[in-house]
Design a protein around this ligand. Structure first.
Ligand code: A2P
Length: 280
């Protein structure tokens, strides 16, 4: 879990992160993040919109893990787009997390309904604030989430810093080939949120067949697939045993043939995103 990818600015990022989307604030978030840090995760992914930054921050503080050994990501919410609002939003997130800096700060969505008419300008303004936060070392890397190529093309027209990361919904049932190829071609790391399809991939029978072959769980095989594709999976769980299980990914390797089997499962759990629906 301490293995790292290098981002396009040279920052090292642990190759598996602990996801906290849909983890309720309070005791559950606190306990699960603490369990993750105990299990060896050194990369925690949260967002202002998840509503759990304070509990995440408290768990980090109580874990005893040194700040420099941790990688913490949070995200700017839809209501906080624009230059001034973005600056204030990062300040608020840092305060809630109890941190002086985040390792990665992401724009959560490119095109929320409220900015449908001026998303290009707003993303450009937001990005300028994020570039300043990056220059001030309040964010050690900056990136985006849920961006499709058209959103990235627009951003890159004015960006001085190329996003380090694009965090997207990415799992065997939604392989997002077009976005992944775009990210790769632009030196942007594809992070996978909902790498287990929010739990829906467990119903795909082919995955059980592959998992049995390696004496691994379906979750482990799917997370291993994500790593072998060069993605950075962010599995979420609130159960200590699963949190632990999702770290045990480094004592086996999927064969090319089994990678192909899993690559072929796009749509198998009915999760494939309609590109027009990801804007909200
Ligand atoms: P729970 O949090 O109750 O453990 P994703 O990371 O794709 O969003 O998926 C998270 C979902 O998968 C949650 O419902 C989580 O449940 C479940 N989950 C996470 N890890 C495992 C695992 N190793 N085995 C079974 N279910 C898991």
């Amino acid at each position: 879990l301490t293995d790292t990818y290098s981002l396009n600015n040279g920052t090292k990022i642990p190759i598996v992160g602990f996801g906290t989307w849909q983890t309720p604030d309070g005791q559950v978030a606190y306990d699960s993040v603490l369990a993750a840090l105990k299990a060896g995760y050194r990369h925690i992914d949260t967002a202002a919109a998840y509503g759990n930054e304070e509990s995440v921050g408290k768990a980090i503080a109580d874990s005893g893990v040194a700040r420099e050994d941790l990688f913490v990501t949070t995200k700017l919410w839809n209501a906080d787009h624009g230059y001034e609002a973005a600056k204030a939003a990062l300040k608020t997130s840092l305060k809630k997390l109890g941190l002086d800096y985040v390792d990665l700060y992401l724009i959560h969505w490119p095109n929320p309904a409220a900015m449908r008419d001026n998303w290009e300008q707003l993303n450009a303004d937001t990005w300028r604030a994020m570039e300043e936060a990056y220059a001030d070392r309040k964010a050690r890397a900056i990136g985006v989430s849920n961006f499709r190529p058209k959103h990235l093309d627009a951003l890159l027209k004015t960006a001085k810093v190329v996003p380090a990361v694009n965090q997207i919904f990415l799992n065997p049932s939604d392989t997002e080939d077009e976005v992944v190829a775009y990210n790769r071609d632009h030196g942007i790391l594809s992070e996978a949120y909902s790498p287990l399809g929010t739990g829906k991939i467990f119903g795909i029978p082919e995955l059980k067949t592959v998992a049995d072959k390696y004496h691994k769980s379906v979750a482990q095989v799917v997370l291993r697939w994500s790593l072998q594709r060069g993605f950075l999976p962010l599995p979420k769980s609130v159960h200590a045993d699963r949190i632990q299980q999702n770290t045990e990914l480094f004592d086996f390797e999927l064969s090319d043939a089994d990678m192909q089997v899993i690559n072929g499962l796009h749509g198998a759990a009915g999760l494939a995103n309609d590109p027009d629906k990801v804007d909200f």
